[in-house]
Design a protein around this ligand. Sequence first.
Ligand code: DP6
Length: 331
Amino acid sequence: MAATATARACANIAFIKYWGNLSCELRLPYNDSISMNLDGATSTTTVAWRDDLPTDVVVVDGVELDRSGTQRASEHLDRVRALAGLDARAEVRSVNTFPMGTGIASSASGFAALTVAATAAAGLSLSERELSSLARMGSGSAARSVPSGFVQWLAAPSHDDSFAYSIADPGHWDLRDVVAVVSRQHKVVGSSGGHAAADTSPYLGARLGELRTRLPAVRAALLDRDFAAFGPLLEEEALSLHAAALTSRPPILYWAPGTVALMRQAAEWRASGLPVYFTLDAGPNVHLVVEGIHATSLERELERLSCVEAALHCRPGGPAAVVPEALGGAG
Ligand code: DP6
């Protein structure tokens, strides 16, 4: 058995969002979601199964995780231990190419890379579908970071049937996600807390109803590379998620002043001929989506705005996969 393996996975940005769970324990979402892997935002994770460790040790970007972070990773490692019939503890070292807490889903790339590395190191050989379902248990959006490129995650009432699959390769469409960082403050309510609160929003049912038409429309626009149809749906969808968050009890407001400034700015850019649309996750930073030919103009515009602290440019990314190199210290 290979006791050590390293895997790399991309973060992803959802065009149709995951918000609310049928089962929070199993992370079974109410609705299908659609996303793009982000090649500029990856986690590379080495897992070494070791008989000499008393507990799992998880180090991210050189810093050992605190108790609750380690516990969430350990619970995921328990799932792999159960599948492989293993008793050993794990030494986990992970490095991100993007700053944590910037509204880029580090849990997606982190749990996808952890799933692929931990199962490979345990000698398991799982299908992409099985890896996606397993990654979902660690963090829902991690299910979408397992397959390549543009991805759909299926909502289903059972563990085995809720997995993500690729609907188009990364080369299908030269879309860019330029993430404008407007705040590095820690979010008040993490995504898991947001999902748990979603049921308290009287708007959630209306949102799920809208998705019956919005989801197929986003999927079709994506497959047709029809940016004029795609862009407005992105903004509608992001605002719908935030409407659910804002109307949950207690309400959750993820926006900072810079978030609102950029949402307005996107409309102004469009009026002046730059086709750009925003989407938002459960945080203040703004994902600006453009076709490749407009990326440089957008970046030039962002440099002029004082509310933007940094911008991270991402292209469509590939699947989570085992990679040859090991991260120092593990193994
Ligand atoms: C707003 O996957 O981070 O980014 O399953 O609790 O880890 P957990 O939640 P997470 O939720 C992501 C929510 C979102 C929308 C999305 O990515 O679909």
